[in-house]
Ligand binder design. Structure first.
Ligand code: SAM
Ligand code: SF4
Length: 266
């Protein structure tokens, strides 16, 4: 699929839940979150049907994200349903890694190709402060499990405040070198204020080459993370929602007052 600006749209990111077992300070408030009702959340069949239509339309790259995708009940089954779709060349997941120790082998067997794991520091106390609830040893376990399961290449997403030279990020850089992990640095963003940047080491945040569509856990298809536009797949049907989202994908992001990282998926 090509949009109005001749960008080749072939990448779908699916948020499978707005729930998370962590509360990263830059992503979720500590309390008072309005979570989706069970009935609003797309079923596995709805997600698989939508993905099939997207692949028919030219999507070859799919990423599963959240919230934390591994807290969605039955996630391994969902991964296998998506993995069965012919035409997906790259099937990945973005996860905080805390539950990969439990799921890595099953995910690989279900057909997941690789994972991105979020890690902003190597210091247990800083990690606990950033995530408000997390234990860093779970992420280290998860990284090991992902490597052993062959979910390769394992990439690390490191959120930075200003630069990759700051202390926490430098420590994560060293950790990645020692453990043969790829790293990308994501400067902290603010969707509502329209503060967004190119991802250092990745393709995200660069409007001129953006090839993405995003499906939220409650079935809103968003052509741009930094824009309010969205199309409800339940109301419009999969095909029409895709046609409209690609047709109205903005040239460049501006701001998004309609969602947050944890319910769009980053
Ligand atoms: N729970 C999973 C995780 O943390 O990897 C997947 C969902 S999370 C919303 C996806 C990515 O968005 C993570 O790498 C996270 O660090 C990033 N993220 C969350 N809030 C952000 C913000 N305000 N600015 C930049 N990146 C953010
Ligand atoms: Fe959860 Fe990921 Fe957001 Fe952290 S960044 S609160 S792990 S969804």
């Amino acid at each position: 699929m090509y949009d109005r600006f001749d960008r080749h749209i072939n990448y779908l990111r699916i948020s499978v839940t707005d729930r998370c077992n962590l509360r990263c300070q830059y992503c979720m408030p500590e309390t008072g979150i309005n979570l989706l009702h069970h009935n609003d959340i797309l079923t596995f069949d709805e997600i698989a049907d939508f993905t099939r239509e997207a692949v028919r339309s030219g999507v070859t790259k799919v990423r599963i994200t959240g919230g934390e995708p591994l807290v969605r009940k039955g996630i391994v089954t969902l991964v296998s349903m998506i993995a069965e779709i012919k035409g997906i060349e790259d099937l990945s997941m973005t996860t905080n890694g805390t539950m990969l120790g439990i799921y890595a082998d099953d995910l690989r067997e279900a057909g997941l190709h690789r994972v991105n794991i979020s890690l902003d520091t190597t210091d247990p106390d800083k990690f606990a402060a950033i995530t408000r609830t997390g234990a860093i040893k779970d992420v280290f376990n998860g990284i090991d499990a992902a490597k052993k399961a062959g979910l390769l290449p394992v990439k690390i997403n490191c959120v930075i405040r200003e630069s990759r030279e700051e202390n926490s990020a430098s420590a994560v850089t060293r950790f990645c070198k020692e453990n043969e992990l790829e790293i990308r640095y994501i400067k902290q963003m603010d969707l509502v204020k329209g503060h967004f940047w190119k991802v250092d080491g990745g393709d995200g945040g660069d409007c001129s080459i953006c090839n993405r569509l995003r499906l939220t856990a409650d079935g809103r298809l968003k052509p741009c993370l930094f824009n309010n536009i969205e199309f409800n797949i339940r109301e419009l049907g999969n095909k029409e929602a895709i046609r409209l989202a690609v047709g109205m994908k903005p040239e460049c992001g501006s701001f998004n007052a309609n969602g947050s990282f944890y319910n769009i998926g980053g």
